[in-house]
Structure formats: C-alpha cells, structure tokens
Design a binder for this molecule. Structure first.
Ligand code: SAM
Length: 237
C-alpha cells in the first residue's frame, strides 16, 4: 500500500493534526480570498480532507465538491460539513474535462507520489478538469524554510503534546522529506517531494498552467524564498 493511503486514513491522523482545526479559522478565509473566485463558481476541493476549510470556501458563495482518497476523512467531512464528496485518487480524477472554475489544493497536498511522472499527472488532471482560464490555488510548504526547520533537529525523535513522537529527515539526494511518527501504537511514514520554486513552476507549465501570482504567506505578501508558505495562483491555458 502506498504510504498516503495508510497514513491519512488512520484515526491517529486526527490526533496528530488536531491543531489544524484551529488553524483553519485563519487559513480558510485567507486561502479562499487568494483563490479569488466569484460567488457561484464551481470549485473542486482536492484534497478536501475532513473538510476543515470547507465552511470558509462556502462562505464566499462558492459551489464546492470535495474529493479525497481517505474514506475516514470523507466520513468525518460528511458528518461535520455535509457536502457533495467523492472518493478519488489525484492520478485519475472522476470529473468531466473542463467543467470546473477552480481547483483548491491546500496544505502541501502535492509531491506525495514516488515518481515525477505521477506528480506531474496530478497537476495535469487538475488542468484537465478546469475550464480554459480556470484557477488553481496550490498551497505548498516553502522548501528553504523546511530545510532549516528540519536541519535543527534532523533525525532526532521529538515528543509532541498531541501525544505522538516524530522524527524527520531529508532523503540523501535532498529532494524529499521522510517523516516518521509513532502514535496510538501505530507507526506512520510520510515521504514527500519538496520541490524548488523553479521545479514547481516548470511542472505547472508542463501541466498547462500559467502562474499569475505567487504568494509568500496567507496575507498575500509576495513570494520569497525564505517564506514558510509558497502559494501559487495559476490559470489553465
Ligand atoms: C495534508 S492533508 C490536506 C487536506 C486538506 N486540503 C486540508 O487542508 O485540511 C492531505 C490529504 O490528501 C489526501 N490524499 C493523499 N493522497 C491522495 C491521493 N493520491 N489522491 C487523493 N487524495 C489524497 C489525504 O487523504 C489527506 O486527506
């Protein structure tokens, strides 16, 4: 089983990411504003997770369909924020070509696949389901910020108050971060490609997007190498 099919679909995931519930009150309105689509626009929230950002997208009058691989996340989303939801894999989206006005991809939800071809396919699928001129908001962790963060305690096991232990390290080639976690008696392993700005732009270009703006934070400040968040607003060509 691929790591992301196991890791995000375990009840411990909700304990590990408990602080993201509170964060949604800040992230949701800010990211919805950066998506910047008019009321009535059809937006695919990919991946929607447990729907923590959903109310903030709806608050802007957007029509939201959520999609995610994890049945556990989708069940929580449906219980907490009822909505049209679809179980899917990024590599083969079950949506018509050209039907969406927007794709909303929040909280470092790209780079999960083992190969560049699959990571490109995720963006190509986003492009395929958007109408020409449609908008993608791609919200990623800044690579340079992550490099210094992980370097501080690389490979050390850290104890978190949410009740889990974690250690993170870069792959020997410096392209991916491996994060191991122990929680509720289970072991988890994230393995995420953390691309450079040039790589992100090259992949967006190859998938058929034009980057309109790149932001360095939720407040919409301009992109900068050292920022913790790199947020790209791109149009389908
Ligand atoms: C870091 S969470 C972000 C969720 C949401 N965007 C948020 O901000 O709360 C990543 C999500 O991606 C989903 N996911 C992982 N791999 C996937 C895949 N191959 N296809 C679709 N969803 C996937 C996981 O189930 C998880 O809900």
């Amino acid at each position: 089983m691929e790591w992301f099919a196991w890791d995000f679909n375990h009840p411990a995931y909700f304990a590990i990411y408990a602080d993201k519930v509170q964060d949604a009150a800040v992230e949701g309105p800010a990211l919805a504003a950066l998506l910047d689509l008019k009321p009535g626009s059809r937006v695919l929230d990919l991946p929607c997770g447990w729907g923590r950002l959903h109310p903030h997208l709806r608050a802007r009058g957007l029509e939201i369909i959520g999609g995610d691989l994890s049945p556990l996340n989708l069940a929580r989303h449906q219980a907490d924020h009822p909505a049209p939801l679809v179980r899917l894999d990024f590599r083969a989206l079950p949506f018509h070509t050209g039907g969406a006005d927007g794709v909303f991809c929040a909280y470092t939800s790209w780079g999960y696949f083992a190969t560049e071809a699959e990571n490109l396919l995720q963006l190509s699928e986003f492009a395929r389901v958007l109408r020409p001129g449609g908008t993608l908001l791609l919200d990623l962790a800044g690579r340079t910020y992550l490099r210094s963060l992980v370097a501080q305690g690389e490979a050390d096991w850290l104890e978190y108050p949410e009740g889990y232990q974690e250690r993170a390290q870069w792959s020997p080639d410096g392209r991916r971060i491996f994060t191991e976690r122990l929680c509720q008696g289970a072991a988890f392993r994230h393995d995420i490609w953390i691309p450079t700005d040039a790589e992100i732009r090259a992949f967006l270009d190859e998938a058929g997007f034009v980057v309109a703006r790149a932001y360095g934070g939720l407040d919409g400040r301009p992109w900068a190498e050292a920022e913790d968040r790199w947020i790209y607003r791109a149009f389908k060509q």
